[in-house]
Ligand binder design. Structure first.
Ligand code: FAD
Length: 391
């Protein structure tokens, strides 16, 4: 571990304690993204985690920087998620962007003066990402014209630039996909009505419409043919980041339950004296330890051939544990667990949201299942008794 990560984690912890925890209830009474808070996160270096220092970033390896979301997730999982997506876009910009794009945007993104988000999902294609309709076509002067609709765009209308995945031909499949950075003020870009979410209402979410938007070729982050592969790499980082944020959420739920159960008097003692309560919270603590080990191992695997499978294991396992943790901790408080001041209901809703975003639990199972089929092919054949192998 580098010395820098210790400082960054301490800064993230302070940001959670001093900004997110005291303010998140107020954020959720409105619909505005807390830009003043994300500006403070930016001042602490939390918006350029993996970007090289030459572009103003922290230069952290993914395996270290991803731990920041565990700290932020103790405050709020949706806020942590939005900053993680900004950091992934910033990483892509500095790693794959053209020189002209980096000159124009890299320092603004790493410093958090400008925010970025990723637009892959479309109304007809979530899990089935290859069923994409948005199209970019090259013009004779080298610029690109883009038309289509994206769905579930986070930081919609708040981000300054959208890293958008598009098709570039009529060919079915994903071989022609590209990633193009589209500035928020590009002519022809607009947003649909805000989605109404039951929690995390401060995170703007809506559809994004592209009506003959023209951008310079400088804005091609991943050229045709590299778009889906690069997006999947981005999504692997996002999946591990979500698992990291979920660990923070689990710790917040556990601490809330412990803080209450140690004082709630019953049966001549307190709630936490009951074996059944200790076992329930003990299971949450075990799941938290296992989740932490898993996401950190997955973070180390990013960028290696094991990265996608490890990211799928982390995204499959950890958000499920977070849902269970939030619900168990609510149960431990009895009726009080449902009341506002304890915030456990918010954690349940956030954990469920984190099971869906950036690839659902089921899609992680699909990735794991395919890896198992591959592994089976390399194993020796076991004989199947006569009659059992026939259709
Ligand atoms: C809060 C939030 C923020 C988001 N932000 C962004 C963003 O910024 N950018 C962006 O591009 N996207 C974003 N998304 C979209 C998100 O990534 C998708 O919601 C997700 O990929 C699932 O797609 P879907 O909602 O269309 O579900 P669908 O694909 O319609 O899936 C419906 C159900 O079918 C299941 N399913 C699908 N395939 C299989 C299978 N093969 N086997 C078994 N079950 C299957 C799914 O698991 C799910 O339970 C966001 C979503 C949320 C909830």
């Amino acid at each position: 571990m580098s010395a820098r990560i210790d400082e960054i984690l301490a800064a993230a912890r302070r940001h959670t304690d001093e900004v997110i925890k005291p303010e998140v209830a107020a954020w959720n009474t409105g619909t505005a993204w807390p830009r003043a808070a994300s500006d403070k996160a930016a001042e602490l270096g939390l918006t350029g985690l993996y970007a090289p220092e030459e572009w103003g970033g922290q230069g952290l390896p993914l395996s270290e920087g991803i731990r920041v979301y565990e700290e932020l997730g103790k405050g709020d999982g949706a806020y942590a998620f939005a900053l993680s997506m900004h950091n992934i876009c910033t990483f892509a910009a500095c790693g794959f962007g053209t020189d002209a794009f980096k000159e124009a945007w890299a320092r603004d993104l790493t410093s958090g003066r400008k925010l970025a988000n990723f637009a892959l999902t479309e109304p007809q294609s979530g899990s089935d990402a290859a069923n994409m309709h948005s199209r970019a076509t090259i013009n004779t002067d080298g610029t690109w014209t883009i038309s289509g609709a994206k769905a579930w765009v986070s930081l919609a209308g708040e981000a300054d630039i959208y890293f958008t995945v598009v098709k570039t031909s009529d060919q079915p499949g994903h071989k022609d996909m590209a990633m193009i950075a589209i500035p928020a003020d590009a002519a022809g870009l607009s947003f649909g009505p805000r989605y109404e979410t039951p929690s995390y209402s401060f995170l703007p979410l809506s559809e994004m419409y592209l009506d003959n938007v023209i951008v310079s070729e400088d804005n091609i982050i991943l050229p045709p043919g590299k778009g889906l592969q690069g997006s999947l790499m981005a999504i692997d980082i996002a999946r591990v980041s979500i698992a990291s944020g979920c660990c923070g959420l689990m710790e917040a739920a556990l601490d809330t339950a412990l803080s209450y159960a140690k004082n709630r008097k019953m049966f001549g003692g307190v709630n936490l004296d009951l074996d059944g309560i200790q076992w329930m919270l003990g299971d949450v603590a075990t799941d938290l330890e296992a989740s932490r080990l898993l996401y950190r191992k997955a973070a180390e695997a990013l960028g290696t051939p094991e990265g996608p499978l490890m990211a799928a294991h982390a995204k499959r396992f950890v958000p499920d544990c977070a849902v269970k943790a939030a619900n168990t901790c609510t149960q431990v408080l009895g009726g009080m667990g449902l009341l506002q001041p304890y915030g456990l209901d918010r954690l349940s809703r956030l954990a469920q949201m984190l099971r869906i975003v950036d690839g659902t639990t089921e899609i992680s199972r699909v990735v794991i299942g395919r890896a198992l089929q591959k592994r089976a092919r390399d194993l020796p054949d076991l004989p199947v008794p006569k009659g059992f192998g026939e259709a």
